[in-house]
Design a protein around this ligand. Structure first.
Ligand code: OAD
Length: 238
């Protein structure tokens, strides 16, 4: 087989589960006690801003209590070591990939540590509480900041760059995602159209598992470091 050069890696909540962050579609179907549509839509923000801002304030505060796990660290090691193109596209709004040291990273669904100003559209680093209605650093408007999270019905970030990377990919790897949310769930099909090899690493088969050529099932903290070591040792095998 020819050696792999260009890699796109998609990650989801499963990669952060062993760090102590809840996945979205757990056994009770709730995210930290809420239905996703009650906290993750523009309608929810308009209807009950206090609930939504409080919810994301709590998620943001929780970041201080968690650490990257061996799966985040393994991807950061791959990012440092890999000589070809590599892009980690995460659906996660936590900062565990960057805290592990990953650099070639896109947050397609936004970030907890970022605020979006509803008055001027600026996006700025934000670590505090939005419930207090702090002013926007760019325009000064108080109470206009909202979580910089791509809610359902909104457009994910940096799709052009991601599509370009997918169209150049020799290998597409999906890690810890249920494959329930588009457009990310469709990336495997784009990669397949250009002949990329495809690999799923997840606790269990996802909704789209049949679309992948290869799969390994188990906890991310074990199977991701194992895969990274294998790939770095033999880039011609997946
Ligand atoms: P989900 O909660 O839908 O799926 C998490 C996946 O991780 C499932 O397939 C689990 O089997 C798997 N998993 C759980 N623990 C794992 C472990 N220790 N190791 C490996 N895999 C494990 O989360 P996402 O697919 O990320 O959007 O959800 C996609 C989007 O839906 C999220 O980005 C979010 C949500 O609505 C926004 O916030 C905009």
């Amino acid at each position: 087989m020819t050696a792999i050069r260009n890699i796109v890696i998609l990650t989801g909540a499963g990669i952060s589960a062993e760090s102590g962050l809840a996945t979205f579609r757990g056994p009770d179907g709730l995210w930290e006690g809420h239905r996703v549509e009650d906290v993750c839509t523009p309608e929810a923000l308009a209807r009950d801003p206090e609930l939504v801002l409080r919810f994301y304030d709590a998620r943001r505060a929780a970041l201080a209590t968690v650490q990257p796990n061996p799966a985040h660290r393994a991807l950061a090691r791959l990012d440092r070591a890999w000589p070809g193109e590599l892009l980690i596209v995460t659906q996660n709004v936590d900062d565990l990939h960057e805290r592990a040291g990953a650099k070639r990273l896109i947050h397609i669904h936004g970030e907890l540590l970022s605020a979006l100003c509803r008055a001027c559209g600026a996006r700025e680093r934000f670590a505090g509480s939005m419930l207090d209605g702090p002013p926007c650093a760019a325009c000064g408007q108080a109470g206009a900041l909202r979580p910089d999270i791509v809610f359902f019905g909104e457009i994910p970030y940096r799709m052009d760059e991601i599509e370009d990377a997918l169209l150049q990919a020799d290998l597409f790897v999906s890690i810890g995602t249920s494959g329930a949310v588009y457009p990310a769930a469709g990336f495997v099909q784009i990669a397949r159209t250009v002949g990329a090899r495809t690999l799923e690493l997840n606790l269990e088969p996802s909704a789209g598992s049949s679309l992948f050529e290869q799969a390994n099932y188990g906890p991310a903290s074990r199977i991701v470091p194992e895969w990274v070591e294998r790939l770095l040792a033999r880039p011609d095998l997946v």
